[in-house]
Design a protein around this ligand. Structure first.
Ligand code: GLA
Length: 377
């Protein structure tokens, strides 16, 4: 009898602890409803596409789609109280299916160019799609920016979203099955953290980045030529006419590439043929997360700080934007309407033995973190 009573009490304790657990689980779910929402955004490749909205305690919002792992908007308040998005993007999936030049997308398997779409690992030679003249650019014809990722919205202390994608052996010519995870976290301090992880079953080049185009004024009618930029780089990698690094690591001192102190982007852009589209070699000696670039705009009072674990940043001043694409409100996106700061390993590293290696081997873990921190000055 005593035994039965005892097990009855234990059963009650277990039941009540289960109830507690389910209460605990329900609490954050309520919160999630405020801080993260998910809406249907159509279909691509026969898969469901969603738009997730991450809202922090300041009311700022980052919207991310599992189509291309794309940041479609980042709405913040400027110094005059206007709420505008600081990144280029569209309100609907159709805008992205029209293949804009990587607006806000996750780029992979290899960010930036690989010369002639060819590289070797040991004695094995690989051929990629040549989707940029004779070179391979940003993962190929259908890179990570044009696939539908699997998504889990996570409710932690801050709203966060994790995307998964399995890039199959041979996809776009790359060797090995690559399992990729990209996690976006949006903090109450307006810090958007992007964390990339990947594993492979064959040696393969990997260079993941995000291709957000920033215009801190929040209005593409203003170019970014008046934005001030600082990049913590004493060197950059000069390029040939097809934008492939020559292999030289050149000092920026005394040139239009010197952004070691804040400089207006437009001040010396005329000295750079075609505009800035170059990889800056960060001064860092290790791969800890460090502040490496700062972008600021006096008109809006906004400042964007870029922290990364990567050795390079591709500074692209929106040179190829030509008005062909329009914002969802109908404004043409003209040359220099926005700029990119793509944290990365150097372009064409698989063909440049002296550049930091981008080859991921089975058993190794690819890990890279970039943070964009937005504030008002
Ligand atoms: C990167 C490249 C540029 C261009 C853009 C997309 O930034 O470096 O040359 O291809 O992407 O248009």
């Amino acid at each position: 009898m005593k035994k039965i009573k005892y097990s009855f009490i234990i059963a009650l304790i277990i039941l009540s602890s289960c109830n507690n657990n389910s209460e605990k689980k329900q609490m954050p779910l309520e919160k999630i409803k405020d801080s993260i929402t998910k809406s249907d955004w159509g279909t691509a490749d026969g898969k469901q596409v969603y738009l997730f909205t991450l809202t922090n305690k300041q009311g700022d919002q980052v919207k991310i789609s599992n189509y291309g792992g794309t940041i479609t908007s980042w709405i913040s308040t400027d110094k005059k109280g206007n709420r505008t998005s600081i990144v280029l993007g569209f309100d609907s999936l159709a805008g992205y299916l029209a293949k804009p030049p990587y607006f806000g997308a996750t780029i992979g398997r290899y960010g930036n160019r690989i010369a002639n779409g060819k590289f070797k690992i040991g004695s094995a030679e690989y051929t990629l799609a040549q989707n940029n003249g004779k070179n391979a650019l940003h993962g190929g014809l259908k890179g990570f920016d044009k696939v539908v990722w699997d998504a889990d919205a996570i409710i932690d202390s801050v709203p966060s979203l994790t995307l998964h994608y399995l890039s199959k052996d041979g996809e776009e010519g790359y060797p090995g099955n690559l399992q990729v995870t990209v996690k976006f976290n949006f903090s109450d301090e307006n810090k958007l953290t992007i964390e990339y992880n990947a594993e492979t079953d064959k040696p393969t080049p990997v260079n993941l980045t995000n291709h957000s185009y920033f215009n801190l004024t929040g209005d593409v009618s203003n170019t970014i030529l008046d934005h001030e930029l600082m990049i913590n780089a004493d060197h950059y990698t000069p390029v040939d006419t097809s934008l492939i690094p020559t292999g030289e690591i050149k000092a920026v001192a005394g040139s239009a590439f010197d952004f070691t102190r804040p400089e207006k982007i437009g001040a010396r852009i005329d000295q750079v043929k075609g505009g800035y589209d170059h990889n800056f070699v960060l001064n860092r000696k290790d791969s800890t997360l460090q502040l490496e670039a700062t972008l600021s705009d006096a008109l809006s009072g906004r400042k964007l700080e870029v922290y990364t674990t990567e050795p390079g940043i591709q500074f692209y001043s929106g040179n190829f934007l030509n008005g062909n694409f329009k914002t969802s409100s109908g404004k043409p996106i003209n040359q220099h309407a926005a700029l990119c700061l793509e944290t990365q390993h150097f372009p064409d590293s698989p063909n440049e033995p002296l550049f930091p290696s981008t080859i991921l081997k089975p058993g190794q873990k690819y890990h890279s973190v970039t943070e964009y921190k937005l504030s008002l000055e």
